[in-house]
Design a protein around this ligand. Structure first.
Ligand SMILES: [Ca+2]
Ligand SMILES: [Ca+2]
Length: 195
């Protein structure tokens, strides 16, 4: 039994290493990327023109109009200074989720000499009931990324919200067994888990 667990853990560690660079990228532009990391987002900004500048980071709820933005619909705002290569990261970005339906957020940066550059869009649909078991990043499908996120949640101590989605064998815990089941589902070896 212990041997089996060890084997499982070694297998998962290997897979996690392979997947570490495969976090889903929601937005991508010459100024950087926005990636989802579970329930929050991380924006990695890098452009030589931003070197040592104060960079404003803004996320707007576009209210269905993808060409128009209105400053009253700011979903998130932050500001930080880029390093000498023009690189900086905004992490733990949490966006308001809609009561029903979905929203599209536009992600923008601004700096001296750079007028509000759009670096991407984040579509977000909220209702927990529609989230399928095992779909840790709530993107509608179960992939190896979900196994990686479940593995992370397990190793870091899963939140109630993570357990709700990640406990695919319904034993009220998110642990290595769930990670392996999600991994198998992502590979098509077993059926999904329903809602
Ligand atoms: Ca997923
Ligand atoms: Ca479980």
């Amino acid at each position: 039994m212990i041997r089996r667990k060890m084997k499982q853990i070694l297998a998962i560690a290997g897979i996690a290493a392979l997947l570490a660079a495969a976090l889903p990228v929601m937005a991508d532009s010459e100024y950087g990327t926005v990636a989802r990391t579970g329930d929050t987002y991380e924006a990695r900004i890098s452009h030589s023109s931003l070197a040592n500048k104060e960079v404003a980071f803004l996320v707007y709820d576009l209210k269905g109009d993808l060409d128009q933005i209105d400053s009253q619909y700011i979903g998130y705002i932050d500001q930080a200074t880029a390093d000498e290569s023009g690189t900086l990261t905004f992490s733990n970005i949490s966006l308001p989720t809609p009561e029903s339906g979905s929203v599209t957020y536009g992600v923008y940066i601004g700096a001296e000499g750079l007028d509000r550059e759009k670096i991407g869009e984040i579509p977000l649909s909220a209702s927990e009931e529609e989230v399928q078991l095992g779909d840790m990043n709530k993107d509608g499908s179960i992939t190896a990324v979900d196994a990686l996120l479940a593995l992370r949640a397990w190793s870091e101590g899963a939140t109630d919200a993570q357990i709700k989605i990640g406990d695919v064998n319904k034993d009220s815990r998110l642990d290595v067994d769930d990670v392996l089941l999600i991994l198998q589902a992502s590979a098509g070896a077993i059926e999904g888990f329903g809602n």
